[in-house]
Design a protein around this ligand. Structure first.
Ligand SMILES: [Zn+2]
Length: 315
């Protein structure tokens, strides 16, 4: 099969590799679409602990041998440690993510755990399925941030995860959903999902009960602190920078709650399958293996005109 192999920092190469084989409890997925997000492009240039060569791609949808259309929850854990048995698989010390710790969906086939496959509703396109994994992050962020419909919600960044927070807030019936985003196409998508306003920056007036930072730069985090009401909550989702970027003494004096959010639980992933129905296939741009470098180059220079990109490895 063909795969897009991460061979060294900043380099993806199309290679002919052996077809994968499934072990106990695993299935072979024919990959129809895999999301290409800012996360993949960030890792491409900042590989950290990643081994080479490897195959990225953790937002995956495709066909099983029995022709079931599925999407895959990419998170696995030991299922026996204290965190796992308490329903907190994200805190498992051996948590693994397909596409990060094992080969992912940037290939024509992928090995997936059978129990992590979720059926796609017939009305959901492969394109819409590309919002499920980022939206699962958003459902988890909403839950750990203890956000409710009567709260004033601020969201920084309308990439796929930020859009998911908009979709979740809207599905809950929230009346104030303000989004800080500078890319026009993302603002349009946020508005269609139910954002009540889009701004270049959330006002530093301490007016939001919960602010979700889906960017993760020092500036975005400082913006979140300034925009959150006294006693309110900042949900940290973004991973762009290691630098906190905010005044910790202000966080103390105003009793702000800093809540980090990373991945999701199986039920939250299942909720995201439903939530993705609110998206439009038009927000997705498809790329064959040969075309992927185009979108990697765009994202690498911060051009996010394409709201969500999908690798279509069968094309
Ligand atoms: Zn565990």
């Amino acid at each position: 099969m063909k795969a897009l192999v991460f061979t060294r920092p900043s380099t993806l190469e199309i290679q002919e590799v052996d077809d994968p084989t499934a072990g106990d409890g695993q299935l072979i997925l024919q990959v129809e679409a895999t999301g290409i997000g800012g996360g993949e492009v960030y890792q491409l240039h900042h590989p950290g602990q990643r081994d080479f060569p490897s195959v990225m791609g953790h937002g995956i949808a495709g066909l099983l041998d029995d022709q079931r259309r599925v999407t895959v929850d990419p998170v696995t854990s030991c299922q026996t440690c204290a965190a796992c048995t308490q329903g907190r698989r994200q805190h498992c010390s051996t948590r693994r993510i397909i596409g990060i710790h094992s080969s992912g969906g940037f290939a024509q086939q992928c090995v997936v755990p059978a129990e992590n496959c979720h059926d796609l509703p017939a009305e959901l396109s492969w394109e819409q399925a590309m919002f499920i994994e980022p939206f699962a992050n958003a459902v988890h962020a909403w839950n750990v941030g203890k956000a409710t419909a009567d709260m004033r919600i601020g969201i920084i960044g309308a990439g796929a995860i930020g859009l998911g927070v908009v979709a979740q807030a809207s599905a809950m019936g929230t009346s104030v959903i303000d989004v800080a985003e500078i890319t026009p196409s993302r603002c349009v998508a946020a508005t269609e999902l139910g954002a009540t306003s889009t701004l270049t920056k959330l006002p530093a007036e301490a007016s939001y009960d919960v602010v979700f930072d889906a960017v993760g730069t020092p500036k975005a985090r400082a913006q979140a602190v300034g925009a959150t009401a006294n006693g309110g909550t900042i949900v940290l989702l973004g991973l762009e920078s290691e630098d906190p970027g905010f005044d910790a003494t202000e966080v103390v004096r105003r009793e702000l709650c800093l809540q980090a959010s990373y991945v999701y639980l199986p039920d939250e992933f299942a909720e995201a399958v439903q939530l993705a129905a609110a998206t439009s296939s038009d927000w997705i741009k498809n790329y064959s293996l040969d075309e992927v470098q185009d979108i990697v180059d765009d994202f690498s220079i911060g051009d996010y005109t394409v709201v969500r990109a999908a690798l279509r490895p069968q094309r």
